[in-house]
Ligand binder design. Structure first.
Ligand SMILES: NC(=O)c1ccc[n+]([C@@H]2O[C@H](COP(=O)([O-])OP(=O)(O)OC[C@H]3O[C@@H](n4cnc5c(N)ncnc54)[C@H](OP(=O)(O)O)[C@@H]3O)[C@@H](O)[C@H]2O)c1
Length: 399
């Protein structure tokens, strides 16, 4: 959200929270500019009409690394609930993972406790063991064997549960699987998979036949969050897996994307895990050797979870099914959404010159683009003398 819009929202939220008897709910979404936070913002702002006023300061305004930021922000704005969607980059070192994912999450929870409002926290399947039917009670043991990301997420869950049990924190933890959907501006997780097929950098299948994982549709998350906020007595102090009912076979998904894009790779050849590991280690060495020559390449963050491509992880949805929310996906899954998702990202990445042209029909050009590319002088004089009407008219703002 740009600064002006944010200021307007802040003004309204101050009014909303100060006007007695107002039925408008005020919410603070930390990480509202991210993938999940953006989808929540969209839902509360556009789909809930005037029922909510939502604030989503960016990390420069409210940084979870600065406990003072949280305090000074909440002294001014008094939300009715807080949703934490902030996260450090997956491959962050110990300091950022600990400060943002652990300390930041807990500081927000303590602030919620002080304000006496619900706190919704997003967590991840990364802290869960592999296997079928993984339940909400399961998690990996806390140890230095865990990467910093799952370690910080696990510690946050543990402290949130401790605060609920011992200090009455009103919190719900929502664990997500691999999240798919449009409007993610980073290339990570599901989008990384799509990107490596679209950029034709995946030669063979880095998985085993039959390996399945749980997926989450980003568009469905806000409906669950809204429900959870309306039913605090049921959801307070609870952890839920929020994933599609049916897990997805990784090899099948990769081949479906390949078919949709009509590209030649990856070949339908499954790379055995020891070879995949060897490939990853060799690439690391090559990249390190290239550094003195000025090439600063990095492996995709997801490769730190390479072992997960070779083992199934299926999250149980029994608890969600038994809840008053239930299972509402209506049979939709990543395959039913694939066409839209692929078109969105391919169009975006083609425009950003990140991938070769794989879908020509998705290259939409706004008026003037060709002239901008081939004859900028002509374009500029046409714009100045009014021959081209590519600029919008704002005179109505004057009235
Ligand atoms: N995406 C997935 O596939 C996935 C899967 C499982 C679980 N999850 C969970 O879902 C949640 C949201 O993930 P996401 O994919 O939406 O993340 P994302 O797109 O990477 O967004 C991260 C957000 O965190 C904010 N942020 C970063 N550092 C911050 C700081 N110091 N203070 C305040 N805000 C900060 C960023 O704000 P700025 O841009 O302003 O810096 C950004 O809006 C996380 O808890 C994650 O563990 C995600």
């Amino acid at each position: 959200m740009d600064r002006h819009k944010e200021k307007q929202a802040e003004k309204k939220i101050k009014t909303a929270s100060s006007s007695k008897g107002s039925r408008k709910k005020a919410g603070l979404i930390v990480g509202g500019g991210g993938f999940i936070g953006g989808s929540l913002m969209h839902y509360f702002k556009t789909m809930q009409g005037d029922a909510f006023e939502v604030l989503a300061p960016n990390s420069k305004r409210l940084s979870l690394r600065e406990p003072g930021d949280i305090k000074s922000y909440l002294r001014i704005y008094r939300p009715d609930f807080i949703i934490n969607c902030a996260i450090s980059p997956l491959d962050s070192g110990p300091q950022l993972s600990y400060q943002i994912n652990y300390l930041g999450s807990i500081n927000l929870a303590k602030a919620s406790m002080a304000l006496g409002i619900p706190y919704i926290h997003f967590s991840s399947a990364a802290l869960l063991p592999m296997g079928d039917n993984v339940t909400e009670n399961d998690h990996l043991p806390l140890s230095t064997d865990l990467h910093f990301y799952p370690r910080s997420k696990l510690m946050a869950e543990m402290t949130l549960n401790h605060l609920h049990e011992n200090h009455g924190l009103d919190c719900t933890i929502i664990r997500l699987g691999v999240v798919y959907g449009k409007h993610d501006h980073k290339i990570q997780g599901f989008q990384r998979l799509l990107f490596s097929i679209a950029s034709q950098s995946m030669m063979f299948l880095l998985t085993r036949p039959g390996i399945r994982h749980s997926y989450t549709n980003t568009d469905r998350i806000p409906f669950f969050v809204h429900h959870v906020l309306r039913h605090r007595s049921e959801f307070s102090g609870q952890t839920y897996h929020f994933v599609d009912q049916e897990p997805v076979e990784l090899g099948g998904l990769i081949l479906a994307i390949k078919e949709h894009l009509q590209v030649n790779t990856p070949k339908q050849l499954y790379v055995p895990y020891p070879f995949a590991r060897l490939g990853r280690s060799s690439l690391k060495v090559i990249l390190r050797l290239l550094r003195p020559l000025g090439f600063d390449g990095r492996l995709p963050q997801e490769l730190m979870f390479l072992d997960k491509f070779y083992q199934s992880q299926i999250l149980s949805v029994d608890k969600l099914k038994r809840s008053t929310f239930g299972i509402t996906d209506g049979g939709s899954c990543v395959f039913t959404e694939l066409h839209d998702i692929i078109n969105y990202y391919i169009s975006r990445w083609q425009l950003l010159n990140l991938i070769p042209l794989v879908k020509k029909d998705l290259l939409q050009t706004s008026p003037g683009t060709n002239a901008f590319q081939n004859n900028p002088e002509d374009l500029l004089s046409g714009l100045h003398d009014g021959k081209h009407e590519y600029l919008s008219d704002y005179d109505s703002l004057n009235r």
